[in-house]
Design a protein around this ligand. Structure first.
Ligand SMILES: [Zn+2]
Ligand SMILES: [Zn+2]
Length: 101
């Protein structure tokens, strides 16, 4: 399956925004078939609102990236995208490395 950037109009502020290929892929990987109806700004605003009201399921939706620990070589997951040249540690080694500095 391939995706292409799409231009959509926000249903809240009427501004045009881009539904990028990456976002489309992300949506479809989560089984979300509907396109976003709001621009990122309005979405952020609504999310902040909703979080204030109920704040459910926020943590569990955090994206995790697979990584290999630079210290022990164990496979781990980190909440940010690992960059080349930047060592990633598993939680055990992270604590050790941090404490030894
Ligand atoms: Zn908007
Ligand atoms: Zn490790």
């Amino acid at each position: 399956m391939s995706f292409e950037d799409k231009s959509l109009q926000c249903s809240d502020c009427g501004q045009e925004f881009t539904f990028t290929a990456g976002e489309q892929e992300f949506y479809s990987s989560r089984g979300l078939l509907n396109e976003p109806r709001r621009c990122p700004d309005c979405r952020q605003a609504r999310k902040a609102e909703r979080r204030g009201n109920q704040g459910y399921g926020y943590r569990s939706q955090r994206q995790m990236f697979p990584a290999t620990c630079a210290e022990c070589g164990k496979e781990t997951e980190v909440p940010f995208e690992p960059r080349e040249g930047r060592p990633v540690y598993c939680s055990d080694c992270y604590n050790t490395v941090r404490l030894s500095r």
